[in-house]
Write a protein that binds this ligand. Structure first.
Ligand SMILES: C[S@@+](CC[C@H](N)C(=O)[O-])C[C@H]1O[C@@H](n2cnc3c(N)ncnc32)[C@H](O)[C@@H]1O
Length: 326
């Protein structure tokens, strides 16, 4: 992976007006306005890590700001599930869902698999109690899922892979839809997922693409303000997954889904909704309290958006990568 550390250090010090001589004497370091900027900058990309409650609130603002209906958004996932048979005819398909949330996307995939298979075993790994309960309700109430044997695991990915280490189970289909931003170590998670994938099975991973304006903003934020390793933050992209798959020599295809985000509210001074949305877009908690980052992000959004019916529309491209294990 690209080592940003030197470049990042240079950028951060250039932007905050520090130089090494000013900061090397930490013992006598007096907090100043500039120091609070540094504290803010160290939060770049860490919304979910540092402020999970604010992340949850900002996610709701994001959902409200998307210009696509939920139905339309989730149906995209049906179109990317491979048609080929994953296991012997008549056999049970084993599916592992990582970070399944309330199940809307996962259940669309499961229903597609049920068109070819009479029986599905679906292990669901989800750490949020509220979301897994919602998924259980969906599974109970949607009769078209009655042929699915659900195995609920109220755990993080890290807890799950630790607890299933001795089990030696293999799945025909594993998916992680917009989840790998949040796991502790994306590379270890990919390795564990690949390990539990049966030969001939598929792994489906959805992430923000660096081809979309949102992804480009994430990389620019990191280039200008990031500290340390980008992969330790939520500013992870589809390209990072592909680098790992390439290193594994895996075969994969990728599909793009364009999502328009109404960012108008971000430009309303003192709008709580706008501040939450900006936090979600930058993956950074309390972006509005960090003037340099707020100014840079708003300027980027303004320059890369289109004005549609007085709405400022910012483009996200999600990439779904479907990898095949030989
Ligand atoms: C953006 S939501 C996506 C939910 C679902 N996959 C979907 O597409 O609708 C991210 C999900 O990742 C889960 N998550 C966060 N950290 C996780 C971890 N360490 N292991 C597993 N899931 C995690 C959250 O609880 C949440 O359900």
């Amino acid at each position: 992976m690209f080592d940003y550390s030197k470049h990042v250090t240079d950028s951060v010090f250039r932007l905050t007006g520090y130089c090494w001589a000013e900061v090397k004497d930490f013992a006598n370091f007096v907090p100043t306005r500039k120091e609070s900027t540094m504290a803010g900058i160290s939060k770049v990309g860490r919304l979910n890590n540092d402020s999970p409650e604010r992340y949850a609130a900002s996610f709701t603002s994001f959902l409200d700001a998307t210009e696509m209906s939920a139905e339309c958004y989730y149906l995209f996932f049906e179109s990317v599930v491979p048609d080929s048979t994953l296991c012997e005819s008549g056999g049970e398909v084993r599916v592992l869902g990582i970070g399944s949330g309330s199940g809307e996307a996962d259940s669309i995939i499961t229903k597609k698999l049920l068109q070819r298979h009479s029986s599905v075993y679906n292990r669901v790994v989800e750490p949020s109690e509220g979301l897994i309960e919602k998924y259980k309700t969906l599974a109970r109430e949607d009769t078209s899922l009655s042929a699915v044997k659900f195995d609920w695991r109220h755990q993080t990915t890290e807890e799950y892979f630790l607890s299933s280490r001795e089990e030696n189970i293999k799945f025909h289909h594993i998916h992680a839809i917009n989840v790998l931003y949040y796991v502790e170590d994306p590379v270890a998670t990919l390795r564990n997922m690949w390990e539990q994938l049966a030969d001939g099975g598929y792994m489906l991973v959805t992430m923000e693409s660096e081809k979309g304006d949102w992804g480009k903003l994430g990389l620019k934020l990191w280039e200008d303000f990031g500290q340390g390793d980008r992969l330790d933050t939520s500013l992870r992209m589809a390209g990072d997954i592909k680098i790992w798959l390439d290193a594994m020599g895996a075969t994969y295809v990728s599909f793009e889904n364009k999502v328009e985000v109404n960012a108008t509210e971000c430009f309303q001074e003192n709008s709580e909704e706008g501040m939450l949305l900006l936090d979600f877009i930058t993956h950074t908690p309390h972006t509005s309290d960090i003037p340099e980052i707020r100014a840079m992000a708003l300027d980027f959004i303004r320059r890369h958006s289109s004005l549609v019916d007085d709405k400022i529309i910012f483009l996200s491209i999600e990439e779904t990568i479907v990898a095949f294990k030989k």
